[in-house]
Structures are given as structure tokens and as C-alpha cells.
Write a protein that binds this ligand. Structure first.
Ligand code: PEP
Ligand code: MG
Length: 589
């Protein structure tokens, strides 16, 4: 029996899980675009033709073999696969792609297949779904002939695993096969990286910042991941497994008790009502929003529509996605945030050059104000989705009123276009701005008269205010939501909003941090938007608190000199109001 070893990291998504490790190397899995000299393009096309011929030959042989062993009707299954390798539209699209873009065929072929997957997966029809799985199977076969090896990315896993990697990017996370990735653990990363945020959305236990986990673990090793405590146990002993079962039972009981609150409002004992919404990255996250009893979507991160593809999503594709989300979230509203490219999210088709400081670089609204073609298409889609639906729009990474005005001017122009084209939209759509840069918080009073709402993005606000990179595990202890400087920026923003009679919400991860909730209530925040999984806990806490007490705590907290003191006071209040939340150790208290 191998010896048990425990590694401590940063727990980013609560829950405990036991399973087999799968060592993932993103570099190996990724098919990278390679520019080819013009002279070798015809050889590249020839390589593709040969891979198709080889795949076709294999399929015909398999068909013959099955027909002999099981009969004709069973072998008919392969007809559908053969149709894919003979599909002229697909073949011509790939050849054209290679010739026009001058890129390697593996990359062009993979992008073409992804496009099919996207289109087909939007159609709710069993026949089409089966066809999609034929396409994926055949694509794997052709790809194997092209690259000469079996490629495994996170979408092609066939059994339940815990993914172990040095790092996983937000784009890799999107590809994770939801049934088969039951947890993950990485060497690097921080609590508010988009990968961590995705883990919470998927509801799978995850630990980041483990240092060397990827060199300690081999594929197939037995593991336990405790996403609440931030632990990974390699080769767990019988005793550890027994504890794991007990922990699982207690979590199940805790969740059952919280489920009773699902349809109750997020209201303090003395009647202060907060809107408790949820954040989503993809339309697939919606069922979790609804089942956890959130009141709509406080942040829809639209950039995930743009990741893992070679082209940009069309206006129509975006419209379908936004409309779908708005319809399913009804009667509650959806706040659609315009594209926030950059930081730790990059788009392959745009060829954006690497930057030394991506979080301080060409991201969010800065990018959209330059790439107006992309921005306009998105605004058109959002506006179209707003017709007779509760859709709001907000702009990310605004640093000054000038940027807000420029964005609003484009929005107005797009409205004019739609009006002329007689395309319906809501002309009174609520427009908000994210307050996630200290300069925006400090000029909130200037921006307040020009918007309908503020949404405080603490993930960025904290990293910029404290100069602490949100994805760097080495300085994770310095990333403090309750740092007095952060509290002052938030307080400034909330009071500027209320002086101008607009509402103010928070969609950064701090909104779901139990130690911060009493203080945010005390400031009079109107909406909290959190990861869907956290809605029940946050609601339980709000319903256990008194606004008067929360206000008293906030007043004192604003005078304290350290985050630690504020945390201790807040913990004391929670212990008194909702001790059940403390019993679950997976919560950061
Ligand atoms: C934030 O910065 O708090 C936020 C909600 O936006 P994102 O995490 O997508 O940067
Ligand atoms: Mg942000």
C-alpha cells in the first residue's frame, strides 16, 4: 500500500471528492495554429486528403467486420460515420481555410469541427444530437491520422477523473466534460482567477496553488480533493476515506437544510431586503441558478462565447444565446456584461499580441472602444434580446467617465440603427457600469448621474487597489477583501450611488464571502450576485442577521486599521447569528 500524502493549497470550490487522477498537460493537448509558407500549402491539403482516405478505409473495414460478425443492420451504424468523411461542405471548408489562412490543417480542421459542434448543440433534436456525436467520433479518427497520435483534451475524457495540472486556463475549463471531470487541482492560481470561478459554476471541488501537485501525482493515482479546506490527499488511507464519508454525509445534511430556503427572500430579520442573484459564464449554468433559488443573473460573463474558436460569434449567435438566457431567467432580470477580453482570458482568432502586464493592458472596454466592429455586433445582439425581456447591459473595466460616455454613444448609435431597421428592442434598457478599478470608485459620484446602476467588481478592484495579482498563489494571503482601503472604495461607491438615487450591486466574489456579507449589508448594498452554489449559504446568513447590528459592525470596520480585526469582528457576529454556517468547515471562516 502506497503511503498517504497530504498537500495544502487554496480551496476555491467547496466539496469533497474521491477519484482517480488524470495528469493533464495543456500544452500537449492544444493544437496550436502554425503559419505555413505558401509553397507548402498544397502538401498540407494533400495531408488532409490522405488522412480522410485512411479514416474512410478504417471505417469500411470496421463496417465489413461488424457485418460479418453481427449482421447488416448493426453495420449500418457506420454509414453515418462514412457520410462525415465524405461531406463535401466540411472538406471544402477545411481546404479553403488552409489555403486562405495559410495555417496548419490540424488547427483549421479542429476549428471547423468546433463550429459544427456549436451549431448542432444549439438544436434540440435527438437526430441532430446523434449526428453531432458521429461528427466528433470521426473528427477524432481523422485527427489521429493527421497528428499520428491520440490526443486527449478535457472534452474527450471517457471516465470520471480528477484533473491534475500545472495550470488550467479558463478556455480549458470550458472544455471540461462536465460528467467526467469530478474535481481538479493545480500547482498555481488564486481564488478569483477565472478558472476558480468556473470550478464554482460547475459545482466541482477544486484546489489551486498547490505548488508541485503535478509532479507528485501520476495518472491513475487515488486522490481525495477537499475544495473547502484546500487539501489534496494522495493515496488516502482507510482512515481518511472513512472521514471522507462522514464529511460527505454532513455536507448533504447541511445542503438539505439550506434547500428549505430556496423560495424565501434574502431579507434580514428586521426587514432589509437584498436582491440575491447569481453569476454565469455560459447558458449551461442556468439550471444551477434556478435550482439554487437565485433572483436572476447579476453578471453574465459573455466572453466565454468567444473562447476556443477560430471565428467570432455572429450577432445572430449571440442574440440566440442572450435571448435564451433572458427567457429562462424570467421573471427575473439578466445583466449582460459586454465583452471583457484580456487579463486571463484571451481570444485566439484576434491574434492579440502577448502583453507583459495583461491585467493592466488592453482589456474590457478599452478593447471594445477600439474594436468597434466587435462591440457593435454585441450591442446589437444585447439590444435585440432586450425586446420585451428583462435585460440590462453593463460595461467592464471603465476607468473614467470619458470611457463610459464613449460606450454610451456607441450604444445610442446602435439603437438608431435598429430603429431604422424596425428591429424591436427596449429603448429604456437599464445601462450600468462596473466599478472595478480604483479610479472608477473614486469618481463614482461623477458617473452616477450617467447610468442606471453600478455593479462593483471586487475581483479586479481588490487586485488593483492592493497591487496583488488575483491569479498569483504566492501572494494570495495579501489578497484581502476586507482590507480597509477596499472597504473605503466600496463605501464611496455605495454612497455615491445612493446620493444619486441609483441602485448598486456587487458581482465580484466578495459578494459570496460570508465574512464580508454583514459589512456589505451594513453599507446598504442593494444586490449581491454570487456563484449559484453559494446562493443558499449567503441567503441563510442574510436571513439570520439584523441590519442594525450589521450597520454597527460596518461603522466600526471602517475605522479599523487591519483586515484581520474586521474579519474577527465579522466572524463573531456570524457565530452569534448563524452558527450552522460555521460548522461546515469548508466555508472560509
Ligand atoms: C470582477 O472583477 O469582480 C468581476 C466580476 O469581473 P471578472 O471576475 O470577470 O473580471
Ligand atoms: Mg473584472
Amino acid at each position: 500500500m502506497k503511503k498517504e500524502k497530504t498537500v495544502q493549497g487554496i480551496g476555491v470550490s467547496a466539496g469533497v471528492i474521491r477519484g482517480k487522477a488524470y495528469l493533464f498537460d495543456p500544452e500537449e493537448a492544444r493544437v496550436k495554429p502554425r503559419r505555413l509558407p505558401k509553397a507548402s500549402l498544397s502538401a498540407e491539403v494533400e495531408r488532409f486528403q490522405q488522412a480522410l482516405i485512411a479514416a474512410r478505409k478504417e471505417l469500411l473495414e470496421m463496417q465489413r467486420d461488424i457485418a460479418q460478425r453481427l449482421g447488416r443492420s448493426e453495420s449500418d451504424l457506420f454509414e453515418a460515420h462514412l457520410l462525415v468523411v465524405e461531406d463535401r461542405t466540411l472538406i471544402e471548408e477545411v481546404i479553403r481555410g488552409v489555403e486562405e489562412k495559410g495555417l496548419n490543417v490540424e488547427y483549421v480542421f479542429q476549428q471547423a469541427i468546433k463550429k459544427y459542434e456549436r451549431v448542432f448543440s444549439q438544436i434540440e433534436n435527438d437526430y441532430i444530437r446523434e449526428r453531432l456525436s458521429d461528427i466528433k467520433d470521426v473528427a477524432k479518427r481523422v485527427m489521429r491520422h493527421l497528428t499520428g497520435k491520440t490526443r486527449r483534451d478535457l472534452s474527450s475524457l471517457t471516465e470520471e477523473v480528477i484533473v491534475i495540472s500545472r495550470d488550467i486556463s479558463p478556455s480549458d475549463t470550458v472544455l471540461m466534460h462536465k460528467e467526467n471531470v469530478i474535481g481538479f487541482a493545480t500547482d498555481i492560481g488564486g481564488r478569483t482567477s477565472h478558472t476558480a470561478i468556473m470550478a464554482r459554476s460547475l459545482g466541482i471541488p477544486a484546489v489551486v496553488g498547490l505548488g508541485k501537485i503535478s509532479s507528485l501525482v501520476a495518472t491513475g493515482d487515488e486522490l481525495v480533493v477537499d475544495g473547502g479546506r484546500g487539501l489534496v490527499v494522495i493515496n488516502p488511507s482507510r482512515n481518511t476515506l472513512k472521514k471522507l464519508e462522514a464529511e460527505k454525509r454532513s455536507i448533504a445534511l447541511f445542503e438539505k437544510r439550506l434547500r428549505l430556503l430556496k423560495d424565501l427572500p434574502a431579507e434580514t430579520r428586521d426587514g432589509f431586503r437584498v436582491i440575491l442573484a447569481a453569476n454565469i459564464e455560459m447558458p449551461e449554468d442556468l439550471p444551477s441558478v434556478l435550482s439554487h433559488g437565485a433572483e436572476g443573473i447579476g453578471l453574465y460573463r459573455t466572453e466565454f462565447l468567444y473562447l476556443n474558436r477560430d471565428d467570432l460569434p455572429s450577432e445572430e449567435e449571440q442574440f440566440q444565446a442572450y435571448r435564451g438566457v433572458a427567457e429562462k431567467a424570467g421573471p427575473h432580470s439578466v445583466i449582460i456584461r459586454t465583452l471583457d477580453l484580456g487579463g486571463d482570458k484571451f481570444l485566439s482568432p484576434l491574434g492579440v499580441p502577448g502583453e507583459l502586464n495583461p491585467f493592466l493592458g488592453w482589456r474590457g472596454i478599452r478593447f471594445c472602444l477600439e474594436r468597434r466592429d466587435i462591440f457593435r455586433a454585441q450591442l446589437r445582439a444585447i439590444l435585440r434580446a432586450s425586446a420585451n425581456r428583462k435585460v440590462k447591459v453593463m460595461f467592464p473595466m471603465v476607468c473614467a467617465a470619458g470611457e463610459l460616455r464613449a460606450a454610451r454613444a456607441i450604444l445610442k448609435k446602435v439603437m438608431g440603427e435598429l430603429e431604422r431597421e424596425k428591429i424591436p428592442f427596449n429603448p429604456a434598457i437599464e445601462v450600468g457600469v462596473m466599478i472595478e478599478v480604483p479610479s472608477a470608485a473614486l469618481t463614482a459620484d461623477i458617473m452616477a448621474p450617467e447610468v442606471d446602476f453600478f455593479s462593483i467588481g471586487t475581483n479586479d478592484l481588490i487586485q488593483y487597489a492592493l497591487a496583488v495579482d488575483r491569479v498569483n498563489e504566492k501572494i494570495a494571503h495579501l489578497y484581502q477583501p476586507l482590507h480597509p482601503a477596499v472597504l473605503r472604495l466600496i463605501e464611496e461607491t455605495v454612497s455615491a450611488a445612493h446620493r444619486r438615487h441609483i441602485w448598486v450591486g456587487m458581482c465580484g466574489e466578495m459578494a459570496g464571502d460570508l465574512l464580508s456579507v454583514p459589512i456589505l449589508l451594513g453599507m446598504g448594498i442593494d444586490e449581491l450576485s454570487v456563484s449559484p452554489m453559494l446562493v443558499p449559504e449567503v441567503k441563510k446568513l442574510i436571513r439570520s442577521l439584523d441590519l442594525t447590528e450589521a450597520r454597527r459592525l460596518t461603522e466600526r470596520a471602517l475605522r479599523f486599521s487591519s483586515a484581520r480585526r474586521i474579519e474577527n469582528e465579522s466572524r463573531r457576529l456570524i457565530k452569534k447569528a448563524a452558527p450552522m454556517l460555521l460548522r461546515r468547515e469548508s466555508i472560509r471562516l
